[in-house]
Every structure is written in structure tokens, then in C-alpha cells.
Design a protein around this ligand. Structure first.
Ligand code: NDP
Length: 299
């Protein structure tokens, strides 16, 4: 396997963004003045959160989406935050709404997530969206962006999932668990591994598809990889590196160089899964706007 087994998330994300941009232009032709609108509430000034919100804003405005950033002070109470959410739930011009996590101490993230209108929940974190993903007979309004982006990458590379053995390492609400659900819905046989899993190496050795979403640098060893397996590395870990100007470099949850020798396809870190996440947020928001327009809500 050579360089041609690398999944180029940046390129796939760019092509998805181009499609979304033309979708938005088409909507504006059909409904003059109508624009998909993403609204993000940020409480407090965490630097990492501000950076993520800026990335989302840049991506949204570049494709012609309307973007509103509601910045609330660190002292905001839960009730005040809920009042803002209610107002934006009511605002027909807003199609996608999310509250940037984590929230300051004293605000219950569960309560806040549940307050968002399911039809505007472009992060896909509402219990109804997560629950409908888990049920066999239902479909969520929106699916969490990172797992959705991974499914898009797998489809783009025509990775066969039905009947395959898949292992997801990590069971977070935002990545591991919805990833597990999506893979089983696609008829893979899925093992969900976590910090209490015994013999992770043996489990990974069986897998045709491995998704690592742990947050431990190079936890999944190259020698565990079944030859020909497809490797998706969600981990984004900053490790010290004196040779870099920033003093750190990004490392995934998979021992990349060794795994690449065995894998049929592998996502690099950075440039694999990461670029798809924001892209799927935009996709969810365009979808929300299309549904609103189809229901006659075009102001
Ligand atoms: P969480 O910390 O919420 O979850 C980590 C999961 O890994 C938990 O289920 C935990 O198990 C499991 N785990 C921890 N240690 C081990 C171990 N030694 N062996 C097996 N499983 C283990 O992380 P997230 O899901 O939020 O994120 C995971 C990684 O993905 C991080 O590096 C994060 O930065 C990155 N990320 C990247 C995104 C992107 O767009 N590229 C988006 C989101 C996250 P347990 O449940 O038992 O505690």
C-alpha cells in the first residue's frame, strides 16, 4: 500500500462545500431573499470554543450561509441561556441552532441540549435525535456531524459495510455511540470498545473497519491492523514536538505510519476526519433550511 491509500478528508470536504454552496444559490433563486441561517450561542470566552466558532463562521459565510454568533458572558445563568434558546427556537429565520460546548460550571448541558428545537438541532445531540438514531424503525432529524462525516468518507470511497466486522473504539455521545449506530444501520456487525474493554488488540485484529475515537495518542497499534482493513482515526491529540514552531504536533489515536502499511484505506491526522465535521454541520443546516422552505417558512 502506498500514498494512494490515504483518505483525503480535505478534498472531500471541499467538494461537499461546493455542492452546498450551489444548493444555497439555488434556494435563493427559488425563494428570493431566502438564506440558510446558522446560529451559535457561546457562553463565556474559552479560547478553544472561540476558535471552533470562528471556524464554523468562516465555513458558513464562505458558502453563502447566514451566520449569527450570540456571545453571552461567563456569568450567564441557565435560565437566561434557556430564554435565548427559546427565542431562537421561535425565530423562523433561524434554521440551525447550537450551543457551543462545554458550558461553564452551574449550567446543565443535558437541560440545555434538550431545550433546542429538534428541527433545528444541527449538532444532532438532542435525545430525540439520538434516540431515533438508535431505534430500528425511526430516523433522526439530524445526525451528529463527526460520525456523519465519517459515513460520507466511507461512502465516497465505496467501502462496503454490510456483513463486515467493524470496531468502534470510544463510546462518547458525540462520536463513538452515534458511529456505532450508523455502522449497524448500514448492516455492519459492530463491536463497541471502551476503557473497560479487555483484549482490545484481539478485537481490533478481527476488524475490517476500525474507527478510533478515544483521545489517546497512537493507542491502536499498527500491528493490530488486519491487512486490508479500513482505518478511520478521529483522535486529535496535541503532543509536544520541539521541532515545530507551535511546540506541538497533531497525532491521532492510531499508530499511523505502521497502520498505513497494512490498511487498504486510512485517514490522516490532520486532514482526514477533521475537515468533514464542520462540513456536515453546514450540510445539516442547509437540510434544515430546505425543510423549512418546503413547509412554506421562507422569510
Ligand atoms: P471522550 O473523552 O468523550 O470519549 C473517549 C472514549 O474513549 C470513552 O468512551 C472512553 O471509554 C474511551 N477510552 C478512553 N481510554 C481508552 C482506552 N485506553 N482504551 C479504549 N477506550 C478508551 O472523547 P470524544 O469522543 O469526544 O473524542 C475522542 C477523540 O476524538 C479526541 O481526541 C477528540 O479530540 C477527537 N475528536 C475529533 C473530532 C473531529 O472532528 N476530528 C470531533 C470530536 C472529537 P469510557 O467510556 O469507558 O470512559
Amino acid at each position: 500500500a502506498g500514498a494512494d491509500n490515504i483518505i483525503d478528508g480535505k478534498a472531500v470536504a471541499a467538494s461537499v462545500r461546493a455542492t452546498l454552496k450551489s444548493d444555497i444559490a439555488a434556494l435563493a433563486t427559488t425563494y428570493p431573499g431566502f438564506r440558510p441561517h446558522l446560529s451559535i450561542i457561546q457562553v463565556g470566552g474559552r479560547e478553544d470554543s472561540s476558535l471552533y466558532v470562528r471556524m464554523k463562521e468562516k465555513a458558513a459565510t464562505e458558502i453563502g450561509m447566514r451566520f449569527t454568533h450570540i456571545k453571552l458572558p461567563n456569568e450567564t445563568t441557565q435560565d437566561q441561556l434557556l430564554a435565548h434558546i427559546r427565542e431562537l427556537n421561535q425565530d423562523a429565520s433561524v434554521h440551525g441552532l447550537l450551543v457551543q460546548l462545554p458550558l461553564p460550571k452551574g449550567i446543565n448541558e443535558e437541560v440545555v441540549t434538550e431545550a433546542i428545537d429538534v428541527n433545528k438541532d444541527v449538532d444532532g445531540f438532542h435525545t430525540l435525535n439520538m434516540g431515533n438514531l438508535a431505534k430500528r424503525s425511526t430516523h433522526p432529524r439530524f445526525t451528529a456531524c463527526t460520525p456523519k462525516g465519517i459515513m460520507h468518507l466511507l461512502a465516497h470511497h465505496k467501502v462496503e459495510l454490510a456483513g463486515k466486522q467493524a470496531v468502534v473504539v470510544g463510546r462518547s455521545d458525540i462520536v463513538g455511540m452515534p458511529m456505532f449506530q450508523l455502522l449497524q444501520k448500514a448492516n455492519a456487525t459492530v463491536t463497541l470498545a471502551h476503557s473497560r474493554t479487555a483484549n482490545l488488540a484481539d478485537i481490533v485484529r478481527q476488524a475490517d473497519i476500525v474507527v478510533a475515537a478515544v483521545g489517546v495518542p497512537e493507542l491502536v497499534k499498527g500491528e493490530w491492523i488486519k491487512p486490508g482493513a479500513v482505518i478511520v482515526d478521529v483522535g486529535t491529540n496535541a503532543v509536544p514536538d520541539a521541532s515545530k514552531k507551535s511546540g506541538t504536533r497533531w497525532v491521532g489515536d492510531v499508530e499511523y505510519a505502521a497502520a498505513k502499511q497494512r490498511a487498504s484505506l486510512i485517514t490522516p491526522v490532520p486532514g482526514g476526519v477533521g475537515p468533514m465535521t464542520v462540513c456536515m454541520l453546514l450540510a445539516n443546516c442547509v437540510e434544515a433550511a430546505k425543510r423549512a422552505a418546503a413547509n412554506g417558512m421562507v422569510r
